[in-house]
Design a protein around this ligand. Sequence first.
Ligand code: DQQ
Length: 494
Amino acid sequence: MNEEIMMENTLNEKTMNEKTMNEKTMNENTANDPYRPVFHFSVKKGWMNDPNGLIYYKGRYHMFYQHNPYAPVWGPMHWGHATSRDLIHWKHEPIALLPDQEYEAHKEVGGCFSGSAIEKDGKMYLIYTGCVQDRKPSQCQAVAVSEDGYSFGKYINNPVIAASPAECTEEFRDPKIWEKDGVYYCVIGTQSEDLGRVLLYRSYDIYQWEYVGIVAKSNGQQGDMWECPDLCTFENHDVLIYSPIHAAEGDTRYFSGKINYTTGELGILWDKILDYGPNFYAPQSFTDKTGRRILFGWMRCWEEHMPCEPYGWAGQLTLPRRLWADSCGILHQEPVKELEALRRNETGYELSGIKDMQLQAIESSCYELELTAEGEEINSFTLFLRCSENRSEQTVLHFDTKQNLVSVDRTNAGEGEKGCFDAPFLEEDNKSYRLQLFVDHNSLELFTSQNTVSMCFYLWADPRSTGIYYESDSGQNCSITAKIWELADKENIS
Ligand code: DQQ
């Protein structure tokens, strides 16, 4: 280990005892947990939020995440850790970063906040935000290094960026690092005069950073603080994804254009919403072993009471989505192909000319549903998901080709937050539409419009509410078909 790296993280005895205690109580509950997702990554116990440090390193995918190991609510932030060989099956690993330094150790509001990972000379470097609410400045950037991807030592001269530029507030966090032509860059979220902004920094060794300039800033409608910026570089476009606080529209948005590495400025072509659902936040992307850009979001859960809390946990990630920019610079995202390996028991439905029908095939609440429609008279159709026997509980998904709107209504979806959400959509091709849904024990993810529109939801339905119904006012001159696959349990890898 490099001399400049202070020490490996070790859990002290007190922490260990608290952990063991929590584990016992929580495991007892887990057996009857109706909400634990099957094919989404979820925290084993305690709380999780943002995905951090996504990287393919020494033959495995490593995913870190914001984690409070002590309770299923946000608290002192650690970096939880999991590894995978296929992005779908994850093995829980010991905690990677503990908030044990003066610039990050805080009982309530602080810890090792979000950040990212990169490989350099065979080592894995993490760059993250140290946060201590009553320290001045409260947020700074720090580095930790590992030679195996499992145990980390913190840089002895941390913080590597001690404070935000004078014109910004102390809200200064979530460095996302990348390398270009032998130079390291990172974007960091901040604010100035109540407007969110993202800054660009440059380094030659990951320890010493110089400020380059402002990548983008809010026009007043795009939020007062920008969290978790992510600069995705594609062949012809650079895309800045960010999670704004208090934006007029969209909890996660993106700008697409071309970055100027000398001034930092992103020449913006497009300003768009990344996901139209209420439970998508703080996504992070990385390049996988085959060169694909993969993105995971946090399924945001700030609800007063999360129905899974009594089972000792709260927090999960979205499905891994492959991300690409088309020739105009518009982002597309599709669930990764690896998910197809989970498909079991395919059932097909011919729905052309059908006004209403119960799709009976599966008793399970873990499935993928693909609906394709083609023709002049599609008009609209509705899918009722997670329905109880008497239909008093159901989630209503309405697809209206006259208004080009897809909506999801959770008014009667079960426990948890309610509300109706909609998104505009495009045809796939001339008068043809495709809708792809992933329903897990406690969630729904939807993709449509050549994968330019996605929506992500928690659904806290009764485990017995598994009915699926279809209704439509489409005419004769169209063809509508559906396929449903049960998605099998994931096993943990070792
Ligand atoms: N969550 C982290 C911050 C980030 C926020 C703290 C976004 O670093 O800005 O848990 O959810």
